[in-house]
Design a protein around this ligand. Structure first.
Ligand code: SAH
Length: 466
C-alpha cells in the first residue's frame, strides 16, 4: 500500500502567474473555471470541445496553444507555468504529463487521479474576498461538497460586502491605533457587534461609526476566563467556551485537556502548560494565580481552560478569589463535569427513582500521608450514588472503607476510564472486586468511580467497550 498523502490547504497567488489546462472537454472546463478571474495568464492545450472553453478563447481571456497534445512540446511549455491541470480523457497521457510536470517541479493536478498530482483542488465557497476551501485530502469529494452546502447555508448574504468594508478600513485603523492587541480586539468587538450587521447590509456610514466606537471602547486591562472544557469530547464544549477559546490571547491548561480540545483554541494564542499531575506539580497553584494576574495586567485575555467544570474539584474557586482580590476581571463558564459526562457516555444514570435519590460528588484525592479523610459513615449509605473523582490511586482503601462502614461487598461499582473520549473503557464490578479489576485492566487516569445501584441500570447505548 502506498503511503497516505497529506495536504496543507494554502491560498496561492495567481494574479501574476501563468497556468495551463491540458484538455478541451467538460472536465477541463471545470478546472478552467477555477482559474478564470484568479489567474492573469491562462493557456489551454488540446482540441476545444467544450463551449465554455471555446467562448473563453474567443473572448481572448484564454490563449489556445493548439489542438494536438504531444509530450515533446511540454519541456518548452512547463517551466513557464506556476500550475498545470492535466484534464484529458486519456489516463496514460495525463500520467505522462504529470511525470513531466514533476520533473520540472511545476505544480500539477491530474483530474480524478490524486496519486501523480502534487496538488488537488478543494471544494470552494466563493464570496470573494472571502473564500472557504474544504478538503478531505481527496478521500471523499462528495462529503466535501455536502459540507460546502451546509457551510454555505450558514453564511450571511452580505459576507463579501462585510469583508470589503473591513479591508477598506484597515489603513486608518492601523494609523489610529499602533497597538496590534488593541486593534485586534476592536475588530473582534466590531464583528460581534452591530457594526458587522450594518456593513453586511451595506450601511457603511453607520458601520464606520460602530467601528470608531469599538476602537475607543477597548479596555486596557485584560481579563481572565475560567472556562470548563468538559470531560474531553470536543462536542461537549459549550458555545460560550468555544467563543472564548477562539478569542483568547493566551491559554493556561493542564493534562486534563486533550489535544482534540486544544486544537480548537485560537491558533495564535500562546499556550502555557501548567501541568499538575498527582504529586508532581509543574507549577504550584500560587504560581498559576500569579501568572494569570500578571498576564491580565499586561492586557491579555487569558483563557484558563479546565477539565470538566471549573468549580468542581478544579481549584477554580481559589483562582477566582485570587483574581478578584487582585482587581482582575474574571468570567466563569461552566462545563460538563466528569460525573455527568461519564454517566452519559457509559449509560449509567446518576440518580434513579428506584434506588438513588441523591448523588454525591466526592474527591478521593489522598492527603500527604496517603490516607483519605472522608465522612465514611455518610458515604456508605444505600439510596445514593457516589461519584468519586481522583479515586484511582486509593481505590483499595476507598472500597475497604465503604465496606467497613456498612455497604455490602457485592455493592455495585464501576470505573469509567477516559470517559467520553474515543478510548473510553467502562469497568463494572463490586466493591469487593473493583480494586483488583483496575489493577488487572491497568486502568489509567483520568478515571471516575461510580458506586451505587445505578450501576445495575447500565445499558449499552453506543460503541462502548466493557
Ligand atoms: N473539574 C473536573 C474535575 C477535576 S479533578 C470536572 O468537573 O470534571 C480530576 C478528576 O476528574 C480525575 O481524576 C477524574 O476522576 C475526573 N475526570 C475528569 N475527566 C474525566 C474523564 N474524561 N473520564 C473520567 N474521569 C474524569
Amino acid at each position: 500500500m502506498t503511503k497516505e498523502a497529506t495536504y496543507l490547504p494554502i491560498a496561492m497567488r495567481l494574479d501574476d502567474a501563468r497556468a495551463l489546462v491540458i484538455g478541451g472537454g467538460q472536465v477541463a472546463a471545470n478546472k478552467l473555471r477555477l482559474l478564470l478571474g484568479r489567474c492573469s495568464d491562462i493557456a489551454v492545450l488540446g482540441r476545444v470541445d467544450d463551449p465554455e472553453i471555446a467562448q473563453a478563447v474567443a473572448s481572448g481571456r484564454v490563449t489556445h496553444l493548439g489542438d494536438s497534445i504531444t509530450l515533446e512540446a511540454l519541456p518548452a511549455l512547463l517551466p513557464e507555468m506556476r500550475l498545470v491541470f492535466a484534464a484529458t480523457d486519456d489516463f496514460a497521457l495525463n500520467r505522462a504529463i504529470a511525470a513531466a510536470a514533476r520533473e520540472w517541479r511545476v505544480a500539477i493536478c491530474v483530474v480524478d487521479d490524486p496519486d501523480p498530482s502534487t496538488f488537488i483542488t478543494p471544494a470552494i465557497i466563493d464570496r470573494t474576498p472571502v473564500q472557504i476551501a474544504i478538503s478531505t485530502n481527496g478521500a471523499a469529494p462528495v462529503l466535501a461538497r455536502r459540507l460546502r452546502m451546509q457551510i454555505e447555508a450558514l453564511l450571511p448574504e452580505g459576507l463579501s460586502r462585510l469583508s470589503r468594508f473591513m479591508q477598506a478600513q484597515r489603513n486608518w485603523i492601523k494609523q489610529a491605533q499602533p497597538d496590534t492587541l488593541i486593534r485586534r480586539r476592536a475588530w473582534e468587538n466590531f464583528v460581534d457587534g452591530p457594526g458587522a450587521e450594518q456593513a453586511l447590509r451595506g450601511e457603511d456610514e453607520a458601520a464606520r461609526r460602530s467601528l470608531e466606537e469599538a476602537l475607543s471602547g477597548v479596555p486596557r486591562q485584560g481579563e481572565v476566563w475560567l472556562v470548563g472544557a468538559g470531560p474531553g469530547d470536543p462536542d461537549l464544549l459549550t458555545l460560550a467556551a468555544l467563543r472564548l477559546m477562539s478569542n483568547a490571547d493566551s491559554v493556561l491548561y493542564d493534562q486534563l485537556i486533550p489535544p482534540a480540545i486544544m486544537d480548537r483554541v485560537r491558533r495564535d494564542a500562546e499556550r502555557v502548560f501548567v501541568g499538575k499531575k498527582r504529586s508532581k506539580h509543574s507549577l504550584p497553584q500560587d504560581g498559576i494565580n500569579e501568572e494569570l494576574i500578571r498576564r491580565a495586567r499586561a492586557g491579555e485575555r487569558v483563557l484558563r481552560l479546565k477539565g470538566g467544570d471549573p468549580f468542581i474539584f478544579g481549584r477554580g474557586g481559589e483562582e477566582m478569589e485570587a483574581l478578584v482580590d487582585a482587581g482582575v476581571t474574571v468570567r466563569v463558564i461552566p462545563g460538563i463535569t466528569a460525573a455527568s459526562g461519564c454517566g452519559a457516555a457509559a449509560g449509567i444514570p446518576l440518580t434513579h427513582r428506584d434506588c438513588a435519590q441523591s448523588c454525591v460528588f466526592v474527591t478521593g484525592h489522598a492527603r500527604a500521608d496517603g490516607t483519605l479523610n472522608l465522612d465514611w459513615a455518610s458515604l456508605a449509605k444505600k439510596g445514593q450514588t457516589l461519584a468519586i473523582y481522583m479515586g484511582l490511586a486509593p481505590m483499595a482503601d476507598l472500597c475497604a472503607q465503604l465496606m467497613a462502614h456498612g455497604l455490602p461487598p457485592e455493592w455495585p461499582a464501576a470505573v469509567i476510564e477516559h470517559g467520553t473520549r474515543h478510548d473510553q473503557r467502562v469497568h463494572v464490578a463490586t466493591l469487593a472486586t473493583l480494586p483488583a479489576l483496575v489493577i488487572e485492566r491497568q486502568v489509567v487516569s483520568p478515571a471516575l468511580t461510580l458506586v451505587g445501584e445505578v450501576v445495575n441500570h447500565r445499558r449499552i447505548i453506543h460503541h462502548q467497550e466493557t
